[in-house]
Design a protein around this ligand. Structure first.
Ligand code: GLU
Length: 500
């Protein structure tokens, strides 16, 4: 069987991280089986559609490197890839269902339905429009052909409903889900779902099933929230006499506490993003928060899927080689912000340094720092292994570019002693005399001087660091000296001596 999978988001806002993971699993599955990954935009509900959302979805998939093989902007033979452009296709197909007796027109007004609900509620029941009562309502099953035609001619609004079960039929429907296993559903308990709304637009169920079939989708991999719709979808496939795809419902991503679905509010509360990219000024994405796409892909892939073995760090390509629906867990995956950061740190440390250098160059430009004489490559060489988020880069490297003007008070109180200026004045001479600017040369020279003069190294290193960095953090002091160069370093030491 040739594998064709799809990611089918509704463009109603920024893509939640759960949606991102669904897209990723579809991509991985497609790549694993040399199949096709389709992006279909489910925008039939125009009132909920948000203009920017479709671009946001594409940008997210591109950022993560999981670009679809077929999509609205890169159509294949199965288009159009936006449901709003497929209205005619749905109309044609719903007529087939009406013709075969699997669907019917219902003219009940919203007030009629409200009334039915109230009557049922008075008896402590919930009204469902189904085989038990459909003949009692105003529809093409209860009315004569003439009555129906007259209503249509008068432009009476109607919906199309699916005949989910008929009296006397077997109500037992076996469903197979690759992740959840087998379930048997009693279809006599289902309601007659609306397939086409009064405005002529299809509902999600009809459009989704028709499109999955026409687009040749072999496997439907989607969020668990759609599991309750599976029975209806299988019934629709049966009604059309189509072969249903394989279904795999992926468990939810849970809050860090493990209780309930991860929401934007959790992100605000625990201080981490839940969206891949910035949506508006209140909603930052993982990208802007300093996460690498490689890390997101790695973390999200493992959040609900177990590749087996102990290895945890994978590239997108590795993941595509290993992926299988069998490894998807039944239980929800708890989003752990710290673990997500850990993955980011690991991928940042492995990342090609040229990428981080480019990021630093851009930062320098933004900050208006020019002609520093300090090599970006050398700085990145020293700080890359100290980063957890890309956004840590300025904290870790600013002192290479901007000499300290204030000094960390606590550090000074602790490490800047009475004899420090005297010691550092001698260190200035040692550095001046050193034959070159190599870190190892100054390290050896200062060690030698400390030994000869009976000064503990700590009384040199900490003040030296304060003078160069302005605080007690940063990489190896001699490496800092080397990257700053002799001239810069000496200026900083002299200025600290005179200020402190
Ligand atoms: N449009 C649905 C959504 O927004 C698609 C569900 C499905 O994949 O069938 O999640």
């Amino acid at each position: 069987m040739s594998v064709r999978v799809r990611f089918a988001p509704s463009p109603t806002g920024p893509l939640h991280i759960g949606g991102v993971r669904t897209a990723l699993y579809n991509y991985l599955f497609a790549k694993k089986y040399r199949g096709v990954f389709v992006l279909r935009v489910e925008d039939t509900d125009q009132s909920r559609s948000v203009n920017r959302a479709e671009d946001y979805i594409s940008e997210t998939l591109n950022w993560l490197g999981i670009t679809p093989d077929e999509s609205p902007s890169n159509p294949g033979a199965a288009g159009p890839y936006r449901q709003s452009q497929r209205k005619k296709i749905y109309q044609k197909h719903v007529q087939l269902l009406v013709g075969s007796g699997n669907a019917y027109l219902a003219f009940d007004t919203p007030a009629d339905l409200q009334n039915l609900r109230e009557v049922a509620a008075q008896k402590g029941k919930r009204f469902i429009y189904n085989w038990e009562n459909r003949k009692e309502h105003k529809n093409s099953l209860s009315l004569s052909v003439e009555e129906v035609n007259a209503l249509i001619e008068n432009n009476t609004p109607y919906v199309v409903r699916f005949k989910s079960y008929s009296k006397g039929a077997s109500g037992s429907l076996s469903l197979v889900d690759k992740i959840r296993g087998d379930v048997v559903v009693d279809t006599s308990l289902l309601d007659d779902k609306i397939l086409v709304k009064q405005d002529g637009m299809p509902t999600y169920h009809l459009a989704n099933v028709v499109d999955d079939h026409l687009m040749g989708i072999s496997h439907v991999i989607r969020g668990e929230e759609w599991l309750p719709s599976m029975a209806l979808h299988v019934l629709l496939y049966n009604a059309f006499s189509w072969k249903a795809p394989v279904f795999a419902h992926v468990p939810l991503i849970l809050k860090p506490t493990g209780k309930g679905k991860l929401s934007k509010r959790d992100g605000d509360k625990f201080g981490f993003p839940v969206f891949p990219l910035r949506w508006d000024k209140h909603t930052l994405g993982f990208k802007e928060a300093g996460y690498l796409p490689e890390a997101m892909v790695n973390y999200l892939a493992l959040l609900g899927w177990n590749p087996g073995g102990k290895e945890e760090l994978f590239s997108l390509k590795d993941l595509a080689g290993l992926f299988s629906l069998d490894g998807i867990t039944k239980a929800g995956g708890r989003f752990d912000p710290e673990r997500c950061k850990w993955f980011n740190q690991q991928h940042l440390h492995k990342k090609n340094s040229a990428f981080i250098e480019a990021y630093l160059d851009e930062l320098l430009q933004q900050k208006g720092v020019a002609n520093t004489g300090v090599s970006t490559a050398a700085v990145v060489g020293l700080v890359q292994k100290r980063l957890t988020l890309l956004t840590d880069l300025w904290d870790e490297s600013h002192f290479f570019y901007v000499a300290p003007v204030v000094y960390d008070e606590k550090a000074v109180r602790k490490e800047w002693k009475e004899k420090t200026p005297g010691i550092l004045s001698e260190i200035v001479k040692v550095i001046e005399r050193a034959p070159n600017e190599e870190a190892e040369t100054s390290r050896a020279a200062i060690k030698l001087w400390a030994g000869e003069n009976n000064v503990s190294l700590r009384n040199i290193m900490a003040p030296l660091r304060i003078a160069l960095v302005g605080a007690l953090n940063g990489p190896d002091v001699f490496e800092i000296c080397h990257v700053l160069g002799k001239k810069n370093s000496l200026e900083r030491i002299r200025s600290a001596i005179s200020i402190l």
